[in-house]
Design a protein around this ligand. Sequence first.
Ligand code: ADP
Length: 571
Amino acid sequence: MAESGEKSALVDCNLLVAKALVRAGIDRMFGVVGIPVTSLANRAVALGIRFIAFHNEQSAGYAASAYGYLTGRPGILLTVSGPGCVHGLAGLSNAAANAWPMVMISGSCDQKDFGRGDFQELDQIAAVKPFVKFSVKAKHINEIPNAVFSVLDHAGSGRPGGCYLDIPSDVLHQTVTESEANKLLDEAESSRKIDPIKNVTKDEIAKAISLIRKAERPLIVFGKGAAIARAESELKDLVEKTGIPFLPTPMGKGLLPDSHDLAATAARSLAIGKCDVAIVIGARLNWLLHFGEPPKWSKDVKFILIDIDEEEISLRKPYLGLIGDAKSTLKVLNKEIKDDPFCLGRSHPWIEAITNKVKENVSKMEEQLAKDVVPFNFLTPMRIIRDAIAGLGSPAPILVSEGANTMDVGRSVLVQMEPRTRLDAGTWGTMGVGLGYCIAAAVASPDRLVVAVEGDSGFGFSAMEVETLVRYQLPVVVIVFNNGGVYGGDRRCPNEITGPYKDDPAPTSFVPGAAYHVLIEAFGGKGYLVGTPEELKSALAESFSARKPAVINVTIDPYAGAESGRMQHKN
Ligand code: ADP
């Protein structure tokens, strides 16, 4: 009896990991179980963590990265050793590229057998190296609590990113007594230290304000960093106090409503081409913002960059760099700005120019959108989806968008009214993120519907995860723009169709008329096949009100849109 009593007081490593995660406030995990991490997932669930089990670590990793972005706390990916870890690299690299907080935890082979061809053997610390801010291998159970807290703290602090925790299978089998476990957890918790975020100085703020005041054509640009900082109310104050027009990056959309009077999105080229001072908040001057260089930007534009990452400021060499958290920096900036006579006002020539251009471009776009084109082009179904989403009001659904034309057209047509309600291919242009992002969004915001608008190619990367949607009964409606391939139909010139395999389908082609809606029905979800405005409206109305997993397979003209969407010059 005494012996079994003592045994029951033992804590195995799986349980210790779960306990450490719970202490750190983790309540969700994504992953694929198998050797040697199945017990770890079970222990986590037993302690109250919701474990979302996927078919593929790639999708689970995308989910963990997006969960980190949506919640501001590291998303956790659990994988098996070797190949599981390698599949998970997709998620880690996506977190790194997007600067999203995420931690991958992988089991690894037995330490004593490493180098001898053990089951799923891999030097996983070396494999993750290019994609992580920090990684650690726990070589003994005693190291677990410290290792868990360290990866979480590194992932979430400073510029967020991916971190990695490696736990060999022999360590997973080690045990400590319950009192030892508690002692290890207490010690590790009390030694946690997160570097404080640097605060901007009064002098830097004064310089920024003076520059903004003197500007004739100022512009505020904000992105994912402002979103993760939850800086929306400070952004609103800044925009409304100064009257400066704003331009969100694709995922910055919604931090202020797209319908705001000062939204310059529909006048993007004018706004960035002519502004003389740009206050860029939590957005990198990378390819998405044309590197902040001519010809898209004026050569004389003065950038004020607000970013949490000192290296980002050093890299871009702006006119003025403010290192700090977007929310707290804007708070100080707003406090120091005296509104009168600062506000530009509606009759200011710059505001008039932007407003007029917005009106002109919006009315041109609306003219195109108003047409009911059948077989569907991209615009007609997008308008119908936009209107159906608008009809839902608040809380607005989280929109997931990927695909070449589908994402490009969707970015201009679909409207974002609330913060962090848009997830797309992001900094890396990662295709195949859709289903993972949908699952993360549904898990992170149970009160919101999730609507994915994606190309058939993007959908296909992880289409099996529709089973995951059904299994967890997540309120996700996936709308597949089905044009039969990557970019749609075969666009090759006749002289490109030669050689012994010329009769194979084009590299861009899929099976025409693929019945993606039937795929979800195989698992008990709801599928719709639509090809007309009436059919689409009815499918949207039914699936949005049902709030159950659904796939709407929308037949699109295979020759609508363009190869590579708007990035043909790079293909
Ligand atoms: P987008 O794709 O929307 O342009 P990026 O991912 O390129 O955005 O840039 C986000 C930037 O935000 C990164 O440079 C990152 O360092 C920064 N960032 C992350 N968190 C914060 C924060 N809390 N405050 C300010 N900047 C942040």
